[in-house]
Write a protein of this length. Structure first.
Length: 95
């Protein structure tokens, strides 16, 4: 038996498969959880809150921002490039 993880629109997935599908929604980070993620990076509370809003609490987005800051990019530069769009974050991480 094989198991796979897919992400995306559940309606589209259900329309294309005859298999049983279990849905698991990834929980979002709250503002306090986002603040905890950025502890030790010398980022102000207001900037963390802005990052949280731009990323809509998505854990993978916030974690990508943390990695970018750790790699040497400034938080202001990252937030100017609208990290809430996953494609933008991926471009920043992989370029």
């Amino acid at each position: 038996m094989f198991q796979f993880v897919f992400s995306g629109n559940i309606e589209e997935l259900l329309n294309t498969t005859q298999s049983k599908v279990d849905v698991f929604k990834v929980p979002l980070f709250s503002k306090p959880e986002a603040a905890q993620l950025f502890q030790g990076l010398d980022i102000s509370k207001s900037v963390v809150e802005r990052a949280h809003e731009l990323c809509r609490g998505l854990v993978q987005q916030l974690a990508a921002i943390r990695r970018l800051v750790q790699s040497g990019l400034s938080i202001d530069e990252i937030l100017q490039k609208q990290p809430g769009e996953w494609a933008n974050t991926m471009k920043m991480e992989w370029s």
